[in-house]
Ligand binder design. Sequence first.
Ligand code: HEM
Length: 195
Amino acid sequence: MENIYNIAKFAHVLGFAFMSIPLFNLIVVNERALMGPSFNYETDRYFENIIKRGAVRCYVFQFTVFISGLIIVVIGPGISAMITNWVLATKTIILFSLMGLLSYVHFSLQPKIEELLSSFDSNNEPPENFASMLAPFRIKRKKLATLCLFLVITAIILGLQTYIRHDPLVTIGLILLAAIFSYRANKSLIRFGWF
Ligand code: HEM
């Protein structure tokens, strides 16, 4: 049992480390913005493929975190801890919210972008205002990626105090830093990692 617990905990940690996809998508989006606002089929198709396929990868990592979390709860304090332990309950809510946000982007926003893009290929020119037709969906997607990044970091802050709690001021301070970092990742290229 101990081995299964340790393996599941390893999968749990690796799963949420790889759930950092919103961070890397924000970096890709900000890199794309540096290339100017005009639409370029090859660049934009490449860029959209990275983001579109990132969603499926993210589902896999989310499920890894969920299943491994369930295993360590069942082997550890028992399934009822998912309700009685407020940290576990909050992390579960956050994980379901992340799944919901990802589903909204993948099944609602992304198909609208794909529909617009599918009318062109590298041989025919899009209309002048094509980039501005894509913009509302891309802006919304970027905002949601920022929120997802903030929620992932918050869940990690909570996860580290599943059984032994930090001073609430430390938790609040770390969540504040998570918000500042997510905002910075939205607005800049964070060329030096944290900055
Ligand atoms: C976004 C979702 C989640 C994140 C980011 C997350 C993150 C974490 C982190 C950072 C730890 C500490 C690991 C360590 O001390 O080495 C942890 C532990 C734990 N997580 Fe999660 N978690 C998430 C969801 C869940 C869910 C949904 C469950 C239960 C169904 C769960 C159950 C647990 C348990 C029981 C531990 C304690 C393991 C131990 O200390 O032995 N987690 N989690």
